[in-house]
Design a protein around this ligand. Structure first.
Ligand code: ZN
Length: 402
C-alpha cells in the first residue's frame, strides 16, 4: 500500500529543502519525493518533515541518572565519580539501557552509536517494540592499560563481534570502542584498530578530550598520572614518550569508519588530517562540551576544511538528557554561517555516514527508510525557514500522528 504525506516543508537533507512537497512511502521505504503537494496525501500543514535523527555517540547505561555526575572539574574527579557510580550494586544496567532507548526514540533518534560495557546484550537491547524500534550500532568499550590485560581485552572484543545477537537482530550491528588513550595501552589500541579493519566494523575512540590527556601523552605528568598512581596501576614505561593525538589518528587510517569522539584539543595539523580523511568523523557533543567548560570546539574548522562533523548527546553522566534535537538547537544559537539544511546534516546524514549506514538512513531519498522527525513550525508570516526551524518553542515529534 502506498502512503503519501505532504507538509509545508520537506528537508531531504541531501538536496535543498522543498516547500509544499510530498513523500511517497511503500513497505517502510521511501519510494518518491515530489516537489509539489498531491491532493490525496495526508497533509500535516505547517510542519517540517526531516529524516529521523541519528545520535552517533551515547552511553545508555547512564540513563537512570536524573542529572549529570558531578563534579565536572577537574576531569579526573569526574572519572572517579563515574567509576564509583558504575560500582554501585543496587542498579540494573539493562533497565537503564532500556530507559535510554525509550528516551531516545521518544525524542526522535532512530539510530544510535551506543557504547556498551555490559555482557547482558539480550536483556538490554531486545524484548520490547519500543526498544527495538531504535536501531543501534553497539560499540564494545575496551578498557585495558596493563600489558597483562592485553590478551583478555582482545578476546573480549573479538568474541563480541561474533555474538549471535548480531545475526538474529536486524536492528543491531557491531563496532569496537577502545575507550581513550589514558585507559587503553598503545599496543592494545594498535591491535583493536587492526581488528576493526579486518572485521570491517566501525571504531569509536574518545580522543583529545582534555588538556591533561595531552600532558599525559607528551610528558607522563599531570592529573591522569596522579589518578593512575592512586589506582595503583602506574609504572614508568606504561606510556610511550612524546605521543600526540596524531599518533592515534594515524592508526585510524586503516579503519573503514572511525568516529573521533570530542577532539576538543586537536591541533591544527590533527584537524587537517582528520578533515582530509573521508573515513573519519569528528563527533561533537555540544552540551557535554559545555558541561566540562572546555575551550571553544573546533567543529567549524573541520567543516570548513571539508571534513565531516556529527553531533552526539554523549551519556546522561555528562548531559541532562538524550535529546539530540536540543544539541542542534544549542548549536544554532552559536555564531556560525551555516544554513539550516547544513546544520541538519550534523544530526542526520553525517552520523549515518559515520556509522556506515548511509544506504538506509540519514536523508529522505528513494530506497531509504521511511523514518522521520517532525517539527511544528511557528505560525508567523515569515517564510524564512532558516530562522524558524530551530526555534526553542517549536514542538517536535517522532510520529506524524502525535
Ligand atoms: Zn562518551
Amino acid at each position: 500500500m502506498t502512503d503519501l504525506i505532504s507538509a509545508r516543508w520537506i528537508f531531504p537533507v541531501d538536496t535543498d529543502p522543498i516547500e509544499n512537497g510530498t513523500i511517497e512511502i511503500q513497505d517502510g521505504l521511501i519510494t518518491a519525493v515530489h516537489s509539489r503537494s498531491i491532493p490525496e496525501a495526508r497533509n500535516l500543514g505547517n510542519v517540517a518533515i526531516l529524516p529521523a535523527l541519528i545520535n552517533p555517540h551515547v552511553h545508555l547505561e547512564f540513563s537512570d541518572l536524573k542529572e549529570p555526575i558531578s563534579p565536572s572539574l577537574p576531569f579526573t574527579d569526574w572519572i572517579r565519580s563515574v567509576i564509583r557510580f558504575r560500582n554501585q550494586e543496587n542498579r540494573s544496567i539493562p533497565e537503564a539501557i532500556q530507559k535510554g532507548s525509550l528516551e531516545s526514540s521518544q525524542s526522535g533518534s532512530a539510530l544510535l552509536g551506543e557504547i556498551v560495557t555490559t555482557d547482558f546484550l539480550d536483556e538490554s537491547y531486545t524484548g520490547t517494540t519500543a526498544v527495538e524500534s531504535v536501531s543501534k550500532i553497539l560499540f564494545r568499550e575496551i578498557i585495558g592499560l596493563q600489558p597483562d590485560q592485553h590478551h583478555d581485552c582482545l578476546s573480549l572484543a573479538t568474541d563480541f563481534l561474533e555474538h549471535s545477537i548480531f545475526q538474529t537482530e536486524n536492528h543491531l550491528s557491531s563496532g569496537i570502542s577502545p575507550h581513550a588513550p589514558y585507559s587503553v595501552h598503545w599496543d592494545l589500541y594498535e591491535d583493536l584498530t587492526s581488528l576493526a579493519e579486518r572485521k570491517h566494523v566501525p571504531l569509536a575512540i574518545h580522543l583529545a578530550e582534555t588538556r591533561s590527556e595531552l600532558e599525559l601523552l607528551t610528558s607522563q605528568t599531570g592529573e591522569f598520572r596522579k589518578m593512575l598512581e592512586d589506582f595503583g596501576i602506574w609504572f614508568e614505561s606504561l606510556f610511550r614518550k612524546n605521543q600526540k593525538p596524531m599518533d592515534y589518528l594515524k592508526q585510524l587510517e586503516k579503519v573503514e569508519n572511525a568516529l573521533v569522539i570530542h577532539g576538543n584539543y586537536l591541533d591544527d595539523d590533527e584537524l587537517n588530517f582528520l578533515a582530509s580523511h573521508s573515513n573519519m568523523t569528528l563527533v561533537y557533543c555540544p552540551r557535554t562540551h559545555s558541561y566540562f567548560q572546555h575551550d571553544s570546539h573546533p567543529w567549524k574548522e573541520v567543516i570548513n576544511r571539508g571534513g565531516r562533523v556529527a553531533l552526539g548527546t554523549d551519556g546522561k553522566s555528562s548531559n541532562p538528557d538524550l535529546e539530540l534535537w536540543k544539541e542542534v538547537q544549542f548549536l544554532s544559537r552559536l555564531k556560525h554561517s551555516y544554513s539550516a539544511n547544513n546544520l541538519l546534516k550534523l544530526v542526520t546524514l553525517n552520523p549515518a555516514i559515520a556509522l556506515g549506514k548511509e544506504n538506509e538512513w540519514g536523508s529522505l531519498s528513494v530506497g531509504k527508510k521511511a523514518r522521520f522527525f517532525f517539527v511544528k513550525l511557528p505560525d508567523s508570516g515569515s517564510s524564512e525557514i532558516d530562522s524558524l526551524l530551530f526555534h526553542q518553542e517549536n514542538e517536535v515529534f517522532p510520529e506524524p500522528g502525535c
